[in-house]
Design a protein around this ligand. Sequence first.
Ligand code: ATP
Length: 238
Amino acid sequence: MLVVDDLHAGYGASEVLVGTSLTVKPGAVVALIGANGAGKTTTMRAISGLLRPSHGRVVLDGREVQGLDASRIARLGLAHSPEGRKVFGPLSVEDNLLLGAYGRLPKFLGYKAGARADLDRIYELFPRLKDRARQSAGTLSGGEQQMLAIGRALMARPKVMLLDEPSMGLAPVIVQEVFRTIRRLKEEGITLLLVEQFAKSALEVADYAYVMERGHIAVEGTPEELGRNERVLAAYLG
Ligand code: ATP
């Protein structure tokens, strides 16, 4: 569903990604782990078009998308839930969700009518968002904002979802809730590329994983394989 092949990207003169390659098969949850600064967020940004790759290919559902605008890549089926959540604080929870469907719905229908079934699905997945539908997103707790960011990404009915550090800055009990949500998304068959600092939890939910070091993939395998790898154990699962 998503193939990244020999991707290079960076900021100005500094090249961060130096030949990153990975594959996410339909319906799979794939984890991308690695030390701070290894280039995980940069990989996500280069896939979704927020950062223009200087070399390499990004193939989404059989179509090359590298070099296209982020909005175009989003319309082609890629949803990116960025690090730090980035919900629109002054807008209501429901309006934040509706924004997720913005690129998909025909303008003349009225967004709300066209997105009703999707809203109901998100509210079923996250009942707390339903309770807070009219509240401004800025008043939500960190964990609720993360649920909202995931819900907004789902509203686009993406073919592939990128989820960047969903547990960042959250209390341990909320982190567990976030992982429960990821497990539910997996049960629903969502195709997901997940960046996580909690490598152990990420490997528990993932079908396959990549370990990134200094801008490229150093090790890859099933969670079982990585769990037997001395180097991975010592550096990330110790
Ligand atoms: P983290 O877990 O800390 O987010 P990461 O693996 O996601 O780490 P990136 O955020 O992709 O790593 O950063 C990779 C490198 O790119 C780092 O050396 C970082 O300093 C640099 N970098 C990231 N964003 C920028 C930017 N906007 N401008 C310049 N350099 C950047």
